[in-house]
Design a protein around this ligand. Structure first.
Ligand code: F6P
Length: 341
């Protein structure tokens, strides 16, 4: 078979590990040929390709980002987008696609599958919010980056007797905030799933200072105050209708300082959380996803997404990945709350 591979949406560490797993096993065990489509769905839409071979995928396991490039292109928002993709796949002699992406990229893959394109999905996102997989790759690396940063922030916060508000990614799911906050003994973690009380946060801040501790508060970019709205960066939307977030950390720092009188500063981790080499966990998970994706394609098991269930790599219906977001369960959040303040 001649198989196309693309990576779409926000990049994350481990994308190249998937590509390597797919191509190396696909050529060595099955004798397939591979074509890389550049920049997410823009690649098949505009016929932008690059060769994928044993040689150019051999050494890419630890490489961050994606050798294919990525974008948030939505072919369903472009005139004749689906027809153009089908024509370009046919022109390049492509039998099937492996789409590596999150909610948006796999949402497009699901619709294309229903329209007759042979496709297998691989779940990626630092946000860990895709349904029907225990973890997505990229998440572990991102949490480790945040934890290293927060560990460092503890000492400077303590030296200056300041509260530090650390804003991490997570639009609708607080997985990164929850895990990084729990792993770094944050004084409080605020997630999009549970609207927060500013008074309660200020009480935690005061109680920390009373004990001689400088509090670190970890807040997801999509967290919402009980008496307010989500803070957005500007009014623009991407091709999938998402707003750009960031700003809630600064809002919280100013509010905490005004209400408690304790100096408060903000650190926005931003895209640092998506950059650089994958953790060992993500390298293994991404590789195993890649190996299973090419096995599924070789068996003609179209319309599936590879997924982590416990310690096994499973195949689940593509549609089940995106039919709802995997958000943080309140009971899990309650576990973390024991350590607040
Ligand atoms: O890929 C997911 C994500 O990292 C979100 O956590 C974040 O809100 C968004 O992407 C940022 O997107 P962009 O890179 O387009 O600014």
């Amino acid at each position: 078979m001649r198989i196309g591979i693309l990576t779409g949406g926000g990049d994350c560490p481990g994308l190249n590990a998937v590509i390597r797993g797919v191509v190396q096993k696909g050529i060595k065990e099955y004798g397939h040929e591979f074509v890389g489509f550049r920049d997410g769905w823009k690649g098949p839409l505009e016929g932008l390709t690059m060769p994928l071979t044993l040689e150019n995928t051999r050494d890419i396991l630890p490489l961050g980002g994606t050798i294919l490039g990525s974008s948030r292109t939505n072919p369903f928002k472009i005139d004749n987008g689906v027809e153009r993709i089908k024509e370009n796949l046919a022109a390049a002699g492509i039998d099937a696609l492996i789409a590596i992406g999150g909610e948006d990229t796999l949402g497009v893959a699901t619709k294309l599958d229903a329209l007759g394109v042979k496709v297998i999905g691989v779940p990626k996102t630092i946000d860990n919010d895709l349904n029907n997989t225990d973890y997505t790759f990229g998440f572990d690396t991102s949490v480790n980056i945040a934890v290293e940063a927060i560990d460092r922030l503890h000492t400077t916060a303590q030296s200056h007797h300041r509260a530090l508000i650390v804003e991490v990614m997570g639009r609708h799911a607080g997985w990164i905030a929850l895990h990084s906050g729990m792993a770094s003994s944050a004084a409080c973690v605020l997630i999009p799933e549970v609207k927060f009380s500013l008074d309660k946060v200020c009480a935690y801040v005061n109680s920390c200072f009373e004990k001689g501790q400088a509090p670190i508060i970890v807040i997801a970019e999509g967290a919402i105050p009980q008496d307010g709205d989500m803070v957005i960066k500007d009014q623009t939307l991407d091709a999938f209708g998402h707003v750009k977030l960031s700003g809630i950390g600064e809002w919280l720092a100013q509010s905490v300082e005004a209400k408690t009188g304790h100096e408060s500063r903000t650190v926005v981790l931003g895209h640092v959380q998506r950059g650089g080499t994958p953790s060992a966990f993500d390298r293994v998970l991404a590789t195993r996803f890649g190996l299973m994706a090419i096995t599924a394609a070789s068996e003609g098991d179209w319309g599936k997404m590879v997924a982590l269930h416990g310690t096994s790599i499973a195949r689940v219906p593509l549609a089940s990945a995106t039919d709802k977001l995997k958000t943080v369960d309140p009971s899990l959040y309650a576990e973390a709350e024991v350590f607040f303040g």
